[in-house]
Design a protein around this ligand. Structure first.
Ligand code: ADP
Length: 273
């Protein structure tokens, strides 16, 4: 699935003293099969942009097309298209609400109108795709789980809607190294399926530089850079000017270049991450 954004601006609380232009003339094309890192400081507009990808926010001006369909041609964005863009919010476990893991994961597909007879199979598949045993977990209360398990249940709830594009806002925030590795692994696993796209939002260049094949750098509601990690890191001085140079990441690229080794991108394995 593709996403095409043209001249997108978004203003929070327009016409009030708290008015805030969070996105300023964004232009962006995303193709199927890309693994994108969306990088920027807190407040640079990353989450606001992410909420446009599946029609949660309506542009103040400009347009967004998903699979060549304008999301805002009608009053509401088309459900079938938006359902194909799965959004995992920051700390998604806070949005778990049901009495059992099963009900929580089933909520999204039921809401999208998936046939009732298929739901158990969908939930099972989604739980297994995040590494949780169906029989062991389905009847548990989400609130009885560990932090890492809760996060995986929340991600399973998005996976259950069978998205083509997975957008994750700081998916490893607050997890221990084991939990982080597990999340990286499952996102990588999702990406390996044919035609899937991942957009990983982070304020930490180091974390995602080795996983993605495209980096988009946002500063104050605008896109400052958009290219391969190699291209972005080659503009180290500009990154530093906006306080974003991460020495470990950029020196990694320099070292690899000196050694004549390939620069991080699609081919990198999870274990190297
Ligand atoms: P990021 O995800 O990069 O941290 P956000 O998209 O959350 O950035 O925020 C962009 C700007 O919009 C910030 O200045 C933030 O304070 C403002 N903002 C975000 N959400 C709201 C909101 N619900 N109401 C008003 N302003 C908001």
């Amino acid at each position: 699935m593709s996403i095409e954004i043209k001249n997108l601006s978004y203003i929070y609380l327009p016409g009030t003293p708290y008015e805030k232009k969070a996105l300023n003339q964004i232009n962006l094309s995303i193709k199927a099969g890309e693994f994108i890192g969306l990088i920027g400081h807190t407040g640079s507009g990353k989450s606001t942009l992410a909420q446009h990808f599946n029609g949660l926010l309506k542009p103040s001006s400009g347009s967004i097309e998903v699979e060549r369909r304008n999301l805002w041609a009608g009053k509401k964005p088309p459900k079938d298209i938006c359902g194909k863009v799965g959004l995992v919010f920051q700390y998604p476990e806070y949005q778990l609400f049901a009495e059992t893991v099963y009900e929580d994961v089933a909520f999204g597909p039921l809401n999208l109108g998936f046939p009732l007879r298929n739901i158990a199979e969908i939930v099972q598949h989604a739980l297994e795709s995040v590494g949780l045993d169906y029989l062991l977990f389905k009847d548990k209360s989400p609130f009885s789980l560990s932090g890492g398990e809760k996060r995986r249940v929340a991600i399973a709830g998005v996976m259950a809607m069978n998205p083509d594009i997975l957008v994750l806002d700081e998916p490893t925030a607050g997890l221990d190294p084991v939990g982080r590795k597990e999340i990286i692994r499952l996102i990588h696993h999702f990406f390996q399926q044919k035609g899937k796209t991942v957009i990983w939002i982070s304020h930490n260049m180091d974390e995602i530089a080795r996983l993605v094949n495209r980096l988009i750098v946002m500063v104050q509601g605008k896109i400052l850079m958009d290219g391969s990690p190699q291209e972005v890191f080659s503009r180290e001085k500009e990154l530093m000017e906006v306080g974003l140079a991460i020495p470990a990441a950029s020196s990694l690229v320099r070292r690899l270049k000196e050694q004549g080794k390939p620069i991080p991108g699609k081919a990198i394995t999870v274990d190297q991450a």
